[in-house]
Design a protein around this ligand. Structure first.
Ligand code: OAD
Length: 245
């Protein structure tokens, strides 16, 4: 990778960048995918995606869906950014060209590390969305079903999470950035969930160099010019040192 040829950078992050901070990644057993939380005794509980991460699940069992995100939101108080988040924040602060960090993660570890040029394409745990009027408000506490929206007065506040089947946020901004990118880097994502899994092809088609940093080869590894395997906390600071050299 020749650093002098790079001006515009897009970085996609997934659950793997927060794994070393203690946030569980998405798990797949056979054809079934799960999110893991723990009960009050620290015993793991596996939640099927279709039970907690679809509009149908929210309609069917709002108490379960709200509780699941309440637990994940509460967990944020017990975790901290790791060297990978910190390195990306340092790159954001120092990089003179265009840079956009697009995260699929709903935790706040990128911004706690100091990243500014950041899009949460799958929503944020610390935001509540009114299902009636579409207003989003910062939210740090538990969010019981039936909570009233201060914008429209309807009791329709829900977790501000992009469920499967819903449109990710700011796709137009992301698409523009991908088309201008000289370097696209994917970090800690399995490449299984679209549209994020297709970003590498958009960037590559537009002429960007493409680099994957992941613990294991992802579903889309073949699309990348280069894949580096290892923990994000080592690979990301190494890449950032090279870019800022
Ligand atoms: P996944 O949990 O599917 O994948 C995590 C990836 O991170 C895997 O490829 C791991 O090999 C890798 N990984 C784990 N630990 C790592 C480490 N320490 N360093 C580097 N890599 C590591 O997570 P995502 O790809 O982010 O969507 O999942 C994508 C989307 O599916 C999520 O945003 C969520 C989920 O369902 C929604 O909520 C809509």
């Amino acid at each position: 990778m020749v650093r002098q040829d790079i001006q515009n950078i897009v970085i996609l992050t997934g659950a793997g960048i927060s794994a070393e901070s203690g946030i569980a990644t998405f798990r797949t057993k056979g054809a079934v995918s799960y999110w893991e939380t723990t009960d009050e005794n620290g015993v793991p509980i596996l939640h099927r995606v279709e039970d907690v991460c679809t509009p149908e699940a929210l309609a069917r069992n709002p108490a379960l869906v709200h509780r699941f995100y309440d637990e994940r939101r509460a967990k944020l108080a017990t975790v901290s950014p790791n060297p990978a988040h910190e390195a990306l924040a340092a790159l954001d602060a120092a990089w003179p060209g265009e840079l956009l960090i697009v995260t699929q993660n709903v935790d706040d570890l990128h911004e706690r590390a100091g990243a500014k040029r950041l899009i949460h394409m799958h929503g944020e745990l610390q935001s509540a969305l009114c299902a009636a009027c579409g207003k989003a408000v910062p939210w740090t506490q538990a969010l019981p079903p039936g909570t009233v929206c201060t914008g429209c007065g309807q009791p329709r506040l829900r977790p501000d999470i992009v469920f499967f089947g819903e449109m990710p946020y700011q796709m137009d901004v992301i698409d523009e950035a991908l088309r201008r990118a000289d370097l696209f880097v994917s970090i800690g994502t399995s490449g299984a969930v679209y549209p994020a899994a297709g970003f590498v092809q958009t960037a590559r088609h537009a002429g960007a160099r493409t680099l994957e940093l992941n613990l294991d080869p992802s579903a889309g590894s073949d699309y990348f010019d280069e894949t580096r395997l290892g923990p994000a906390s080592l690979l990301v600071p190494h890449l950032v040192r090279h870019l800022l050299e």
